[in-house]
Design a protein around this ligand. Structure first.
Ligand code: ZN
Length: 140
């Protein structure tokens, strides 16, 4: 999964990323130089959270809410059905705000969903063909 992400290292997320309360405190303490970023794996857009963005999430989820190992449907591009994932930075690089294990669970979950959708679509096509065949037969 390292290669897919383009990260050469996968450091442990620092303490200030543990929950929204800690993130807001780190944002207030400018000496950290910290950023939390949302990025879409499908449309590739990204956006850094402002303090107000983090406050809005805290209003909905509470200060103890953690972005770690979370993802949400894309909110960066209207109509995009991709997943937004989160990253943290204290300067130059942006690191994933999820574990390698979580990334693998997401990949497995998405692959299973895609497989189920393909199977469903194939059943619909077969069902449609069967219906057409029955109708064609009944018209004879
Ligand atoms: Zn997107």
């Amino acid at each position: 999964m390292f290669a897919r992400m383009g990260y050469s290292t996968w450091p442990n997320a620092p303490g200030w990323t543990a929950d929204l309360r800690s993130m807001l405190a780190a944002y207030d303490d400018q000496s950290y130089g910290v950023t939390v970023r949302a990025r879409c794996r499908t449309c590739r857009k990204w956006q850094d959270f402002t303090r107000r963005d983090l406050e809005r999430i805290a209003d909905q989820r509470g200060m103890a809410f953690s972005l770690f190992n979370k993802r949400t449907r894309c909110r960066l591009t209207t109509g995009c059905h991709g997943w937004n994932i989160f990253g943290w930075s204290n300067g130059t690089w942006v690191y994933p705000l999820y574990s390698e294990q979580q990334d693998e669970r997401w990949a497995a979950h998405d692959a299973e969903r895609d497989r189920a959708l393909r199977e469903y679509a194939a059943r619909l096509v077969r069902g449609g063909e069967a219906d057409r065949a029955r109708k064609a037969w009944s018209r004879r």
